[in-house]
Each structure stands twice: as C-alpha cells, then as structure tokens.
Design a protein. Structure first.
Length: 106
C-alpha cells in the first residue's frame, strides 16, 4: 500500500516550550529501508529559516501505520489513516502529547 506514494507534505504542530507550526515537503528516497516501509527526505518550507533536511520513514504495522523521524531516534509514532474516495491521496495523522502531525501522501 505504501509503494506508489512519491511525495509527502508534513504539517507539524507543536505545543512544547512554545507553540509552533512547520511545513515540510519531500520526495520518496531511491533506496528504501525494507518491505512494508517507505522513506522520504524532507525539507523545511515554513517558517523560512535554515534547517537541514530530515528523514522520515512510514512503516506498515499489524495495527496500521507508524512513522519515525530522525529528530526522535528510536521512537515510533502510531498513525491514524484517512483516504480519499479516489485513493489518489492519503492522509495520516499522529497525536503524541502536545504534538499533532499530519502526513499528506500524493
């Protein structure tokens, strides 16, 4: 189910320390980690500040999907899945403590 998604937009809303909102955009990596997973290299679009690229991996689990990102090494975050009727887009959502993350795959 993860194979045909080429692009990702990440909307990250954080309530830790100070409230902030970030938008990251990326493309699927050529080298994929394992079957049942898809990896993306993402770049910060908003806010307009210098930031290094990041790496995000979505993994299919027995309970659905989870994601990991290099900002939180060793952490896996469970995702809720929302699909459009046409199946041309997929929206995944994670709520973790004061963080809300939306992953939009196209």
């Amino acid at each position: 189910m993860l194979d045909h998604w080429e692009f990702i937009t990440v909307y990250w809303l954080s309530g830790f320390v100070q409230e902030k909102f970030e938008i990251w955009k990326g493309k699927k990596d050529r080298q994929q980690p394992t079957a049942g997973s898809v990896s993306f290299t993402i770049y910060l679009l908003f806010p307009l500040i210098d930031a290094e690229e990041s790496h995000l991996t979505i993994t299919q689990t027995t309970d659905g999907f989870s994601f990991s990102i290099d900002w939180f090494p060793g952490e896996e975050f469970p995702l809720k899945t929302f699909a459009t009727e046409s199946r041309k887009e997929l929206l995944l959502m994670c709520e973790y403590h004061l963080e809300s993350v939306f992953l939009h795959l196209t």
